[in-house]
Design a protein around this ligand. Structure first.
Ligand SMILES: [Ca+2]
Ligand SMILES: [Ca+2]
Ligand SMILES: [Ca+2]
Ligand SMILES: [Ca+2]
Length: 182
């Protein structure tokens, strides 16, 4: 029934388009494109839930990330080649893709070996309050943990630079495969 009504409206819309075109006004019917090509925070939630990456970070298995687990989740996420260290290139990519502000690579790399190990990363993010700010903002239900839904909503918000709640299929898939693909 709902579908019938939608089709009816769509037909009515096309009729209106035709009418407007006759009046020399352009009409861009991109409804079909929107239906298949736009991804939102629900998509990320479903994907993250399905691939069990979140469960891997939740090391005490209480279905939420405490601040330590949250920190580890970002270290793992940004370590895109999974070698247990963050390089300058990995951090720069993360800064861009997640809208990170205030990370000081040189200061964080305390032994100046060109990579961030997890202890250096931990001290660095504590210094900037970067993850603490996200943690506090994302914990919408006030449990002092980030549950999977809060995580998906938060990360999607970082990816969605223009804040309209949507990413194109290409944008979404690129982000997802880079950071959460298995
Ligand atoms: Ca946990
Ligand atoms: Ca790495
Ligand atoms: Ca280092
Ligand atoms: Ca929470």
């Amino acid at each position: 029934m709902k579908r019938d009504r939608t089709n009816l409206w769509r037909k009515a819309g096309m009729g209106l388009c035709l009418f407007l075109m006759l009046g020399a006004v352009g009409c861009d019917d991109d409804d079909d494109e929107d239906d298949v090509g736009v991804f939102n925070n629900d998509t990320l939630f479903e994907d993250i839930t399905a691939n069990s990456v979140f469960d891997g970070w939740d090391s005490d298995n209480d279905n939420g990330l405490n601040e330590d687990e949250f920190m580890t989740s970002f270290f793992d996420t940004w370590d895109t080649d999974d070698n247990g260290m963050l390089t300058d290139a990995e951090l720069t990519a993360a800064e861009q893709d997640f809208g990170v502000i205030g990370a000081d690579w040189d200061a964080w790399d305390m032994d100046a070996n060109g990579t961030l190990e997890i202890t250096e990363f931990q001290l660095g993010v504590e210094d900037t309050n970067l993850l603490t700010n996200w943690f506090t903002t994302w914990d919408v239900n006030g449990t002092d943990m980030i549950e999977d839904r809060e995580f998906a909503d938060g990360v999607f918000g970082l990816w969605d630079a223009d804040g309209d709640g949507m990413l194109s299929e290409i944008e979404y898939t690129t982000f997802y495969d880079t950071y959460y693909g298995i």
